[in-house]
Design a protein around this ligand. Structure first.
Ligand SMILES: *[C@@H]1O[C@H](CO)[C@@H](O)[C@H](O)[C@H]1NC(C)=O
Length: 490
């Protein structure tokens, strides 16, 4: 009985239900510049709100994905930002290339977006909505929608020190990782210094030097009376962070920074017959699952690395399931390849022993949630940070592509398969992540409704949000309430 209750609690069944909403709200979600994984962070929030009877309109650069009567999904159809076309392995050789890509593409999108008839139409009726919800990353171009509106964001990559500073929560670079470049904690003196530079550099480059000024120029020419985008950004009431301290580490948060990471995670469902029999047929040796996620296609992997995995898998007693998009010669019989796989259902299977992943944030959350030890091979962006977290938490190991050898892959997998400490840690991180008073999705729903109910929730705002700061942009305080101040000391 005790076990049954615990199991139910761990599965989320025992979570308390939210009180019914006061009325049906109209909610506008804007993520016109988003990768599939950023979009996937919005979907559970949209679904959760739609299930409560609210009407959701989503503007994105993806075909509709939710088939829900309360959700309308609009694809703006501009071809300028398509992550499917990106070669992530090429970005390893030239990380600045990604930055240049945004530098080129964002002003173009700013110029074209409001000329798309369905976007213009949406902009014109934006005041019909109760709130605007924007993807905080790469989407300054839609801040005109948020002007004079209750407005919140979803921080799809989790904590971003630049964004935290906008709320008035300037994080200490002595221990707060930067988004794109990370050192294992605790940092050495030198690493803290470099991390401080990184905090400043990433904010200044994006906001003042390379990217935003040209977006601002395009927006100003179409909306001459609008305040600067960075001022509009400052008016956001709340952000839902795609993080959880058990996965991504502990940082000081304001009441307006709400962690909702692992929202998309759910208990495993039964697998299709063929996969189920492949996995259980592996017997006591178990199965290794290998996927580089939705943005990095397996086939974009350089041949020399691909050959190493093919060779390494030949040496395993385990069966391997590999997400790979095209047929491949010379693969041993213990390997099953598919171009699409139900990842969470596979990870949830008790006979799946190791997950080889690029360490995308959603895959990382899934590995914690389903307690699957991880071999992380991060490619770019925030993935190295996630890999470091995975290693530091004891859930797995991280390898660097340029250092890969067949022997290293085999040895790392053997260590993960044979050393029981990874399994034990995996069970611990799972129960720590799942032990929450409400589901992260319900939390996202609650706080979105809260901001609407309280008309932008001004009581959530930190006084620090009105100060001028390097990381967040200059700001002239709107008004001073007491010229003299009040003192009890006379
Ligand atoms: C700032 O937010 C409040 C509450 O959300 C909203 O009513 C107001 O119009 C916004 N101001 C600007 C300048 O956008």
């Amino acid at each position: 009985m005790k076990w049954a209750v615990l199991t139910l609690a761990l599965m989320g069944v025992a979570w308390a239900e939210l009180a019914p909403p006061e009325r049906s709200y109209k909610i506008l979600m804007l993520l016109p510049v988003s990768s599939k994984s950023h979009r996937n962070v919005f979907l559970p929030v949209a679904e959760g709100l739609a299930d409560r009877g609210h009407k959701i309109v989503i503007l994105a650069n993806h075909p509709p994905a939710l088939n829900h009567p309360n959700v309308e999904e609009i694809d703006h159809d501009l071809p300028d930002f398509k992550t499917e076309a990106m070669d992530l392995f090429a970005t390893r050789a030239d990380p600045a290339g990604v930055f240049r890509m945004f530098q080129n593409v964002l002003p173009i999108i700013a110029r074209k977006l409001y000329k798309v008839p369905k976007v213009k139409e949406l902009y014109d009726r934006r005041k019909e909505f109760d709130i605007v919800v924007i993807d905080h990353m790469f989407n300054e171009v839609v801040y005109p929608f948020a002007y004079e509106m209750p407005f919140m964001t979803i921080a799809t990559p989790g904590m971003d020190a630049r964004q935290s500073a906008v709320f008035g929560n300037v994080l200490n670079p002595a221990y707060a990782p930067s988004l794109m470049k990370t050192f294992p904690l605790p940092m050495s003196m030198m690493q803290r210094f470099l991390n401080t530079i990184e905090h400043i550099k990433s904010a200044v480059n994006w906001r003042y030097l390379d990217v935003l000024p040209s977006v601002q120029k395009e927006i100003s020419s179409q909306f001459p009376d609008l305040p600067p985008l960075l001022d509009i950004e400052r008016n956001q009431s709340l952000t839902l962070l795609n993080s959880h301290f058990t996965v991504t580490g502990v940082l000081p948060l304001l009441p307006s920074q709400v962690e909702v990471g692992a929202m998309h995670c759910r208990p495993g469902k039964p697998l299709p017959e063929d996969l189920e029999s492949w996995i259980s047929g592996a017997g006591s040796e178990g199965v290794v699952y290998f996927s580089l996620g939705s943005v990095a296609q397996g086939q974009s992997m350089p041949t020399k690395y691909r050959d190493m995995f093919v060779e390494a898998f030949k040496q395993l007693k385990q069966r391997v399931i590999w997400k790979y998009e095209v047929a491949l010669e010379g693969v041993s019989d213990n390997v099953l390849m598919r171009k699409w796989l139900p990842q969470q259902d596979i990870l949830a299977h008790p006979n799946v022993r190791v997950f080889i992943t690029h360490g995308g944030l959603l895959s990382t959350q899934e590995s914690f949630y389903h307690s699957t030890p991880v071999l992380a091979v991060p490619i770019f962006g925030d993935q190295p940070k996630n890999g470091i977290n995975i290693q530091a938490s004891g859930l797995g190991l991280m390898l660097v592509w340029e250092e890969l050898t067949v022997e290293l892959i085999v040895n790392s997998l053997q260590e993960l398969l044979n050393n029981p400490k990874y399994r034990t840690t995996a069970e611990e991180v799972r129960s720590a992540l799942r032990d929450q008073p409400e589901s992260p999705k319900d939390r996202a729903v609650f706080w979105t409704e809260y901001v609407i109910r309280h008309k932008g929730a001004p009581r959530l705002r930190s006084p620090a949000a009105t100060l001028s700061r390097l990381l967040a942009g200059p700001r002239v305080p709107e008004r001073r309430q007491e010229e003299e101040g009040v003192s009890f000391l006379g």
